[in-house]
Design a protein around this ligand. Structure first.
Ligand SMILES: Cc1ncc(COP(=O)(O)O)c(C=O)c1O
Length: 390
């Protein structure tokens, strides 16, 4: 049994405020902070190249830690700077023919949809949205009806940015694979708060960020690409790290996911991401998942007893994102009023998940996302503050 006090002691930021924005950008724990600052100091002493060489083993271990966390092998991981970079690099590396179909879901994230639309415009492919079922999850029957052998890619959002539902993955993968389509899982909001095993799920690729539920530094993210797939993909940019210049007129791309990486990177942030993943592995993803889901359920239950407050989460399986509105008060004003009381939440606006929000008649929702370091007292303070908004 982990000691909440110790987890909170490792998280200086949570002692001074009620922090409910791990779905935005979480509070990094002390080891992440020490790793990043320590490396920046070392770079200032000996220069970036020497400092990186000193940490070569630790840098290699970042991919190993991520691979352990999601059940992959290290060569299936590319370290990038955001989830959007990971998603768009994968989709841009696929060759689409005119008439090919890309299926997104009703809760698709805006940046992914924009990339899909750009790819479609450039190649003659089309983008279509699979509806949600009445529970809010992806409608598996509708997906089955929409799939045919022109579908090249199914994009599935594991956990949407604007609500706590967890979409079923294996069922989507099985259906897509029956038609030869690839599945790209947007695990930006699930990595670090939901156990993920890419081999068991069968996804072909996965995109994720470091700064949210993993509690890593900003400017970090990663792409998982199933090993048999990487060599057929053409990254938008290749350099001397992702490929080798082998003859005056020839180069050879790396056979694995590292072809998606560039040589230059923020080494301190990358080491910080490794420290964040190791911290989580030390805690255990099952502990984290259970603690997050339990806290979110308490927040949902508390909010739903408050007059004038509407909770908007859907889905059969739920996780750590709680979305709500307060009658007569703009979501942004709710966020500001809570900020005045040292309570951090954020707002998810219509354009981030255009199809879902429009379909549900929502313009903006307040998003509260408690990580495992949030205490019962924090939740009481938050609920009390929301109750006093009117
Ligand atoms: C579901 C989902 N996908 C993708 C992203 C994009 O992540 P990033 O900002 O790291 O590119 C977000 C960010 O909030 C998200 O919530």
């Amino acid at each position: 049994m982990l000691d909440l006090e110790r987890l909170r002691h490792d998280t200086p930021g949570c002692l001074e405020r009620v922090f409910l924005d791990s779905a935005g950008s979480s509070l990094p724990p002390q080891p992440v902070l020490a790793t990043v600052i320590g490396h920046l100091r070392r770079e200032a002493e000996v220069g970036g190249y020497v400092a990186a060489a000193e940490r070569a083993d630790d840098l290699a271990a970042v991919r190993e830690s991520l691979a352990r966390l999601i059940g992959a092998t290290p060569s299936e991981i590319a370290l990038l700077d955001s989830a959007t970079r990971a998603w768009s690099e994968f989709v841009t590396a696929l060759r689409f023919e005119p008439g090919d179909r890309i299926l997104i879901s009703q809760v698709e994230y805006a940046s992914n949809a924009i990339t899909a639309l750009r790819r479609a415009a450039a190649t003659g492919a089309t983008v279509e949205a699979v509806p949600s079922d009445p529970s809010g999850s992806i409608d598996l029957e509708a997906l089955d009806r929409m799939l045919d052998d022109r579908v090249r890619l199914v994009s599935l959002v594991h956990v949407p940015t604007n609500g706590g539902l967890v979409n079923p993955v294996r069922e989507v993968v099985d259906a897509a694979h029956r038609h030869g389509a690839l599945v790209l899982l947007d695990a930006c909001q699930s990595t670090g708060q939901v156990p993920i095993d890419v081999a068991a799920l069968g996804v072909d690729a996965l995109s994720a960020t470091g700064r949210k539920w993993l509690r890593g530094p900003r400017g970090t993210g990663f792409l998982y690409v199933r090993s048999e797939l990487a060599s057929s993909l053409e990254p938008s940019a290749l350099d001397l790290h992702g490929a080798e210049w082998t003859a005056p007129d020839a180069y050879r791309a790396a056979p694995d996911a590292t072809r998606f990486e560039l040589w230059e990177c923020d080494v301190a942030a990358r080491l910080g991401l490794g420290a964040a993943v190791d911290y989580l592995l030390g805690i255990g993803i099952d502990y984290a998942a259970n603690a997050v889901a339990t806290r979110a359920e308490v927040v949902r239950a508390g909010l739903s007893t408050l007059p004038g407050v509407g909770v908007h989460d859907l889905g059969k399986q739920r996780c750590g994102i709680v979305t709500f509105t307060v009658d007569g008060i703009d979501a942004a004003d709710v966020r500001e009023a809570l900020a005045d009381k040292q309570i951090t939440v954020t707002v998810s606006g219509r354009s981030s998940t255009l199809l879902d929000m429009t379909g549900r008649g929502l313009d903006a929702v307040v998003r509260a996302s408690p990580h495992y370091f949030v205490s019962d007292t924090d939740i009481d303070r938050f609920l009390d503050a929301v109750a006093k908004l009117h």
